[in-house]
Design a protein around this ligand. Structure first.
Ligand code: ADP
Ligand code: ASP
Ligand code: MG
Length: 392
């Protein structure tokens, strides 16, 4: 018997029928003898709709009120899933973020989880009741207001609960079979990665692979939480994100480039002149980042910061990238051959990022995947790590 945290994303619950299907999956794990803690996202499209509603009321909704609004999406899906479990004859109890003890910083819209006190979740487990926790939301530590954690933040709720409860597994259920060598919706021939280190997953999330929110990977890395990314639509084994067991086997098997990621919503900021006293970030990759940069008071010498809204980025993720100059040469040759305009932006040992016009982004990702990953064998999950695949 294991303690499982299972998170279901909005892509897993676009409809009430899918809520019922997810409830059946949760019930099956419960009947198999596991203790299950569920984290629910809002139903697919709900958060976007709530954001649009707020924008239709006012262009600048007060951050506190916007969080109060956005938090309702998860509350609805969470209560509905709890009802679906009850209808299956399984005792379940829904909890909001604050009821589950998710305590956060003050930053409305992008709060960090700073403590988790899951007393009621534990007590439900002790009574054999399935606790369901609303993802993406918390309560200001030492305060009384609701916060949200930034887009994709239910992943972070799941990881934080798994760490606090010392769960045996943190399963992130989504609409694809795991983490792939590229977004499978953009590159149909992308391959499933059986295993991945936290660092590689961190680079992928930072490069735009939204299958896991960046903050969730940071939290998992910091608290050594093993993640299991899999589909709620099938029973494929999925992807394990862990640093355990990987040292030798993974390093030996790992090719230089393991994935291509992309971000259609990057923003290029060009700073004229020499920045004083310290340069602000050169680029921001989220809408939050954009508004923060725009609303920042101008620093000396940066009165008019040109902001190109329409930049996209693609990244090569791997190991030892700086040690292999041919990687950059292949990147240049590939994109030039495909007539894709691009500008190299950053290069570290684990990530090379380039900018290109959004209309070329999908072609750039496909061309890079073909050049770097079409024939590369991917590292396999070490034999003794297969036990992490707990659920059929
Ligand atoms: P959820 O609603 O479950 O949180 P998301 O839409 O946030 O799901 O994330 C899942 C999506 O991430 C997939 O549908 C896929 O299109 C996208 N994605 C981007 N890059 C990758 C990748 N490398 N591997 C898997 N999925 C990816
Ligand atoms: N519902 C939120 C979003 O759409 C949080 C999440 O899905 O994880 O971003
Ligand atoms: Mg998500």
């Amino acid at each position: 018997m294991a303690l499982l945290v299972q998170k279901y994303g909005g892509s897993s619950i676009p409809s009430l029928d899918r809520i019922k299907a997810v409830a059946e999956r949760i019930a099956a794990a419960h009947h198999a003898g596991h203790d299950v803690v569920v984290v629910m996202s809002a139903m697919g499209g709900t958060t976007d709709q709530l954001l649009t509603d707020a924008q239709n009321i006012t262009a600048a909704p007060p951050p506190r009120e916007l969080d109060a609004l956005l938090a309702t999406g998860e509350q609805a899906s969470n209560a509905l899933t709890s009802m679906a479990l009850s209808a299956l004859g399984v005792e379940a109890c829904s909890f909001t973020g604050w009821q589950a003890g998710i305590l956060t910083s003050h930053a409305h819209g992008s709060a960090d989880i700073i403590d988790v006190r899951p007393y009621r979740v534990r007590s439900a487990l002790d009574r054999g009741v399935i606790p369901l926790v609303t993802g993406f939301q918390g309560l200001i530590y030492g305060g009384a207001d609701v916060t949200t954690l930034g887009r994709g933040g239910s992943d972070t709720t799941a990881v934080a609960l798994a760490a606090a409860l010392k769960a045996d597994a943190c399963e992130i259920y989504t609409d694809v079979s795991g983490v792939y060598t590229a977004d499978p919706k953009v590159v149909p021939e992308a391959r499933l990665l059986a295993c991945l280190t936290h660092q590689h997953m961190h680079e992928m999330a930072a490069g735009g692979a939204k299958v896991l929110a960046l903050s969730s990977v940071e939290y998992a890395q910091k608290h050594s939480v093993t993640l299991h990314v899999r589909s709620s639509y099938n029973h494929c084994p999925g992807t394990i994100v862990s640093d355990e067991f990987f040292d030798v086997t993974y390093a030996q098997q790992s090719p230089t480039v393991i994935a291509i990621t992309h971000n259609p919503h990057s923003t290029k900021i060009t700073l004229p002149g020499r920045p004083e006293p310290a340069p602000p970030p050169l680029h921001a990759t989220t809408a939050t980042g954009r508004s923060t940069l725009r609303s920042s008071p101008p620093r000396a010498g940066h009165r008019d910061v040109p902001c190109d809204e329409y930049t996209a980025t693609a990244s090569l993720i791997g190991s030892g990238l700086c040690a292999h100059p041919e990687t950059l040469a292949t990147l240049r040759r590939t994109l030039t051959h495909a007539a894709i305009p691009f500008t190299p932006m950053t290069m570290t040992d684990t990530r090379i990022t380039l900018m290109c016009p959004p209309s070329y982004l999908a072609d750039a990702v496909r061309a890079l995947h073909k050049a770097f990953l079409a024939h590369t064998p991917q590292p396999q999950l070490p034999r003794h790590n297969r036990q992490l695949t707990l659920q059929p």
